[in-house]
Write a protein that binds this ligand. Sequence first.
Ligand code: UGA
Length: 352
Amino acid sequence: MKSAKKVLILGVNGFIGSSLAWRMLTDTNWDVTGMDVSSGKISHCLECERFHFFKKDALADNDWIESAVRDCDVVLPLVAIATPALYVKDPLRVYRLDYESNIRVVEWCAKYGKRIVFPSTSEVYGMCPDAAFDEEQSSLVLGPIAKERWIYSCIKQMLDRVIWAYGKHEGLKFTLFRPFNFIGPKQDDINSPKEGASRVLTQFIHNIINGKPLKLVDGGAQERSFTFIDDGIDCLMKIIENKDGCADGQIFNIGNPEMKFSIRGLAELLISLISKYPGYADAAGKTVVENVSSREYYGEGYQDVPRRVPSIRRAREILGWNPKTTLEQAVRLTLDYHLLHKDYELERSFGR
Ligand code: UGA
């Protein structure tokens, strides 16, 4: 049993927060306080007595957040807009939520001497030309200001730098982690992904099962290293556990370099896997794949990341972590959830 901790997750109903809370409740004796504006993904957590949920707004409920930070040991501020279409369409909303709400949390962590485990992002590396992005060596390469897509990356980079400075100059205990295209069942709402407003896997599944064409932005040659949420949570648990302080003051990429796929490759894999699910062979077989320009799909302010592969040497060496799940397994588990209503998370924990 891991030593007891009081963990605060801001944005607990998100993709990462909901999986993380459930893992903590099933695998540890930690006390988990979660805050979010809604609770649809955490209904199973709500039944656990070590879980305390508060319906609050990250921009409005400052007094509550400050006192929750004061009362816990570790804070995970996971509140953020993380969909590229919104970086372009509503950059000020991204700024307010992702920057303004989080900088306050960083300051409270510094003020009250609390450990912060902060979600940086693979997006901070931007268009870095390195074959594998390295936390200590790679340059962070963003486009011009008019390419508004980079506001998210820039905000996260600024927060990374402020947290780093608080750590170095004022003793803040911190760890920065950088998720690389986490995928899994509860990522975005499969039933109502507005065109371009959800991440690529959800968008593609929705389109295939609803007879809509798959749109490959600028031809789909761009590559991502997809990471199954469960592998990501394994790594995060090691970070939060922080055995002998191994994660203190560190930055970790959390990704799966073996799962590097082009977007076109992802589209092909999905069509082939969905065709094997009962009742979906016809829809999958009829799927049309078409090219669309990024300007048409996202608008003027978009610029893409041509290739995104993490170095995970530090997570391997320092944390002893390794991702285990292949893209095919990850996609199958995601499809089982959406098409067969099977929840691997619940099955795994109740099966123990
Ligand atoms: C994402 C988001 O910025 C964040 O969720 C996160 O910080 C980061 O990456 C991450 O998870 O590492 P991106 O990789 O561009 O950004 O995520 P998607 O929106 O899933 O797009 C992936 C690629 O698919 C992009 O090149 C996009 O242009 C393409 N795409 C997307 C299509 O070709 N067609 C679509 O219908 C949707």
